[in-house]
Design a protein. Structure first.
Length: 211
């Protein structure tokens, strides 16, 4: 991850009070994203999210808020896919402290919470963020397949059948939407590839011990 980029971002948005210094925040995040459990939700994921973000930055209203949400959205992560966004938002509140206005802090925390993918995003910036978080679905087939294997490795506490069923349920929930992606850019340029990948993966998973 690019420490210089993060330092500049933090300094533009958070300063003074009890807020952590940018170098300390970056080192803390880098340690979190390097935890042994992280096969997919690691620094590589953050870097890829930032690459997607840079591609569509000009379409955003508040690019710094989105970028801060990207850096923090998976900061707190565990094998159970519940609650880590809330903990990650709490971490942002702790580290930014009173070095940022309450309204802006709330805005960034809400963006982090949007990456739970449980509710439709409330605005265009949030739509782009949640699409970026799911951008792996739109990669070419073999990189996408490697990403799914890394995600599966993070849930090694589940047996093969249970893991297959969980994956299929999630993938089918995405396919049942009118669109997988919310932003116009992702719908226009990446929706078809994502649907092809998901359809193919469901077929592969169904051949395993999922029934």
């Amino acid at each position: 991850m690019d420490s210089s980029r993060f330092h500049q971002l933090w300094q533009r948005n958070v300063s003074g009070g009890n807020a952590w210094e940018p170098g300390r925040v970056f080192d803390y995040l880098a340690d979190l994203y390097a935890e042994p459990i992280r096969n997919y939700h690691n620094s590589d994921h953050i870097e890829l999210c930032l690459e997607w973000f840079d591609r569509y930055r000009d379409l955003t209203v508040d690019p710094d808020a989105i970028e801060l949400a990207i850096w923090f959205h998976d900061a707190c992560y565990g094998p159970e896919p519940i609650g880590h966004e809330n903990r990650s938002a709490g971490l942002f509140r702790k580290l930014s402290a009173d070095g940022i206005s309450k309204d802006r802090q709330d805005k960034i925390c809400q963006l982090i919470m949007d990456t739970t993918h449980q509710q439709p995003p409330s605005n265009d910036d949030a739509s782009l963020l949640v699409d970026i978080d799911l951008a792996s679905f739109a990669r070419p087939w073999h990189p996408y397949l490697k990403d799914t294997a890394r995600c599966r490795a993070e849930r090694s506490h589940l047996d093969e059948g249970e893991l297959c069923r969980c994956q299929i349920d999630f993938l089918q929930s995405l396919m049942s939407r009118p669109y997988i992606y919310y932003s116009q850019a992702f719908r226009l340029y990446h929706e078809d590839q994502a649907r092809q990948n998901i359809t193919k993966l469901i077929e592969l998973l169904s051949l395993r011990t999922c029934s």
